[in-house]
Design a protein around this ligand. Sequence first.
Ligand SMILES: [Zn+2]
Length: 274
Amino acid sequence: MPELPEVEVVRRYLDEHLPGSEIESVDVKLPRLLKNASPEAFGAALKGRVFAAVRRKGKYLVLGLDGPKSLLVHLRMTGRLVWKADPGARLPPYTRIVFQLSKGVLAYGDVRTLGELWLIPSQGLSGVPGFDALGPDALDPKLTAEGFARALRAGRSSVKAFLLNQRNLAGVGNIYADEALFLAGIRPERPCAAVSAQEAERLFKTVRQVFETSIESGGTTFRDFLDGSGREGGNAANLYVYGREGKPCRVCGTAIELTHIAGRGTRFCPKCQS
Ligand SMILES: [Zn+2]
């Protein structure tokens, strides 16, 4: 599932190409992806509108438009937003929605069709509960290591569950939670209250470190993720624990273990993490 780095990679690409482009037509091939509009209402709200900046909070993308409504997208498991300069370009497989633009074509593709699109007010609250309730974005410059440590140490869950809760910190999912905990040397099942302030601040830094490394590498592709131009990301080669159960730890050589925490497969090194 795309997490913050993958969504940010897509955002950067779309933000280079969409602003200033007008939506000429919208073809919705799978209406149930639209969470608060019929295909007719969706098309009517978007046709003739011009794209503004593309923003991101957590794993959500906001495709800003010049009118009263903008477009909110969550890619969930296998969603993709791909822009091509050539309006007649071959679109990726599993394309479900096609936006013909004054400059190029934007395709929403989705293999498992769990993605979600909403029309939201361009100003103010979106009315989408999962979006309006998000905690601070993990890369929000206003967020400090001290503030993060204070919130984490007041948590009542395991440290892994805390990281996955989007109300605490928006953007972290299963891959990067495991990677950040590995680099911080913290076992994922440890209760938040048993994490020291120093460890929590270190974890804040490793969360940002794994995100920045992944963004620079174009995101992590295991099976499905494609960036905004339709290319796979290169970050899988940088991972320490995710997807590496049974393989030797890249730091100490001990076999990486797999357990289940907060309902999610969780990988860790029994020697490097305590
Ligand atoms: Zn190790």
